[in-house]
Design a protein around this ligand. Sequence first.
Ligand code: SF4
Length: 105
Amino acid sequence: MTILWSTLVIGGISLAFGVVLSLANKYLTVEEDPRIDAVAKMLPQYNCGACGTPGCHAFAVEIVAGRAGTVKRCKPGKMETTYIPIVEYLKQHPNPDGTPVNIKI
Ligand code: SF4
């Protein structure tokens, strides 16, 4: 009988936590601008910090927000494979209000 009650209590607690986590995932998820991921994939992925941010994803956030100024802050980046593709991509994908992203090569 003890084993049955233990199983039911543990199962009930697991079910309750599962429901709470599922609801939290549904209602508390923060949507990230999909351009950030696209720009991050165009960066070298060295996560070296030479651009002055903690890594490539953080630099992509700065670029898409228009705070980076120039993509050349990514020192390992190359003109043909990094800088030009990012600037061209952001020309084709402006901000949600239609304004261009403030970024230069
Ligand atoms: S300098 Fe370039 S490769 Fe290094 S972390 Fe910044 S974006 Fe990534």
